[in-house]
Design a protein. Sequence first.
Length: 92
Amino acid sequence: MQRAGKHVLAVNDTVQADLATLRARLGPLAGAWRGDASTAFLALMGRWDADAKALGEALRGIGEAIQGSGASYQAQEEQHSGDLSAIRAALG
């Protein structure tokens, strides 16, 4: 689960880098628009930024949750293993 969580975080890094690259390419287009079209373009880019941020936060949360679940699962496994060892020792 730790590996899966790290993979999700790595995918998020890649997606965020790709979105930033695309955003950098689209940014100069703002000067090509005039009037209402310019206003609409700027609003759309604002929405782009907000959605990209939300996506990054969601993926980061998923990755961290998977890693946290993996750590919890591992701790429970170790506890159960210790409990079984104690039972075996008590039984002789």
